[in-house]
Design a protein around this ligand. Structure first.
Ligand code: NAD
Length: 479
């Protein structure tokens, strides 16, 4: 059975366990997959996505209310295909054993990268394809099999993924489990050889707890509040254009969206003016504009409006960038205008919770050191974005703050660099994938030592102990 939970059928732990068992048995009986088999799986994943791109874009858009087709093709389809192709091109190199210096005369030492076996993948709704197929690219490149549990918040997309996976992959390669958080909890409690979870920090705590029962290693790809640090040396128009391009993409429902901006106090009004100009140009209309993505569901729509009400109530100035002055109250269409928040205080929800929407609080500083201190007083973010030309400041951000990534003079574009590890640190996650880092995450680096014919390294341990061991000990125990 390649799909568990089809058409809303109840999902039991026994079903998941049986599918996992089949995958594990295939791993054992068929042995490690060859480079050709890995490339074949990657090719089938590419074909699945490219042949069905239109249906996938329509399903995501129907799930969101409106999701720009171009954004889907660029991020979900294009992003996945880029990772799959990169893995295809490099996996033979990555698979090569890594020879290490011989530790004793006549011995050989090397690291062999062995598939882990069966990897569980739990994915979120905001980029439902690339956050499933991105990890799968690394998982297949490393020679593994997988089980995928996509999000219940994009039900049409998840059902379509399951159906396409069943058509392109055998049940001994990849199985999809459909269902809600409860199914996710059952899924995460299984004895996978590795589990990768992409989602919220709060759910990650449950994942790690249940994975611990089986000592399943986890990779956690989480969110958080990624700051933008704007230098006095930055060109403000460039800052605004690049930050708002990302903040309005998918209506800010991105783990890497710039969450708040720290800028010099005298640049605040210029930032606001540039932001008005940018939004008027990029999104002259919002409500019926197919380029502007909806908020995924009423719960998230209400959550974001709740943040705005909370901020207003606590004295923030809320500037809606709504060029045509449209009424966006419709909970069916769920559009929220890009919105700047000024005069913000740290007890406001927008500065406490991950925003995950098109709201952008602006905080000011007098001295750049205040911006660094502000970031360091909070959980470690998935990314930090520094804009400016001041080399000393840039170095300070690099060395004095800790984040999954640092992007200079842009936001989020590091995710496109397949050769860079993609992952968080602290509350924004642990472990990484993409490129060789993904291959290594889903491989076991096995130490292999081949003893010399004479077994010299073994002899000193052999009793009875005499002159030889004492000579060796004299050498070993000398500083
Ligand atoms: P979520 O944590 O609510 O859900 C993610 C997945 O976990 C879903 O498939 C869900 O069914 C499942 N799940 C829910 N409760 C579970 C439980 N108790 N046990 C096991 N599985 C459970 O996250 P979301 O709302 O889908 O996504 C938004 C969050 O994901 C944001 O915090 C965002 O920053 C983060 N995110 C991170 C990345 C990244 O790559 N680092 C990418 C996208 C989103």
């Amino acid at each position: 059975m390649s799909i568990i939970g089809k058409d809303g059928a109840p999902v039991s732990a026994a079903q998941i366990q049986a599918a996992l068992q089949r995958l594990k048995e295939a791993h054992l009986t068929e042995g490690p997959s060859s480079a050709e088999q890995r490339i074949d799986r990657l090719d089938r994943a590419i074909a699945l996505l490219l042949d069905n791109r239109q249906a996938i874009a329509e399903a995501i858009s129907a799930d969101f209310g409106n999701r720009s087709h171009e954004q889907t093709l660029l991020s979900d389809i294009g992003g996945s295909v880029a990772s799959l192709k990169h893995c295809k091109a490099h996996l033979r190199d990555w698979m090569r054993a890594d020879t290490r210096p011989a530790p004793f005369p006549g011995t050989e030492a090397r690291v062999e990268y062995q598939p882990l076996g069966v990897v569980g993948v739990v994915s979120p709704w905001n980029f439902p394809i690339v956050l499933a197929f991105g990890p799968l690219a690394s998982i297949f490149a490393a020679g593994n099999r997988a089980m995928l549990k996509p999000s219940e918040l994009t039900p049409r997309t998840s059902a379509l993924i399951a159906e396409l996976v069943a058509r392109h992959f055998a049940e001994t390669e990849l199985v999809t489990v459909l269902g809600d958080a409860q199914v996710g909890a059952t899924f995460s409690a299984q004895p996978f050889d590795h589990l990768i979870f992409t989602g919220s920090t709060s759910v990650a705590r449950h994942i790690m707890r249940v994975a611990a029962d089986n000592l399943v290693p986890v990779t956690l790809e989480l969110g958080g509040k990624s700051p933008v640090l704007v230098s006095r040396s930055a060109d403000l128009r460039t800052v605004v254009e690049r930050v708002l391009t990302v903040k309005t993409f998918n209506a800010g429902q991105i783990c890497l969206a710039p969450d708040y901006v720290l800028l010099p106090e005298e640049r605040l009004s210029a930032f606001v003016e540039e932001a008005r100009r940018f939004v008027a140009q990029a999104y002259p209309r919002l409500g019926d504009n197919p380029d502007y993505t909806s908020i995924v569901n009423p719960r998230n729509f209400d959550r974001l409006h709740g943040y705005l009400a909370d901020a207003r109530g606590k004295g923030a100035a809320v500037l809606e960038l709504n060029p045509a002055g449209e009424d966006l109250g419709d909970r069916m269409r769920r559009k929220i205008a890009p919105t700047l928040l000024l005069d913000v205080r740290d007890d406001m929800q927008v500065l406490q919770e991950e925003i995950f929407g098109p709201l952008l609080p602006l905080k000011t500083y007098r001295d750049f050191g205040e911006a660094i201190d502000y970031v360091n007083a909070r959980p470690r973010p998935l990314a930090a974005y520094y804009f400016g030309e001041d080399a000393a400041e840039r170095q300070r951000v690099l060395e004095r703050t800790t984040s999954g990534a640092l992007v200079v003079n842009d936001a989020m574009t590091h995710v496109l660099a397949e050769d860079l590890p993609f992952g968080g640190v602290g509350h924004s996650g642990m472990g990484a994938y993409h490129g060789i880092d993904g291959f290594r995450t889903f491989s076991h680096a096995k130490a292999v030592l081949v003893q010399s014919p004479g077994g010299e390294a073994n002899l000193p341990m052999r009793a009875p102990y005499g002159e030889m061991i004492h000579g060796l000990l004299d050498h070993l125990l000398t500083p």
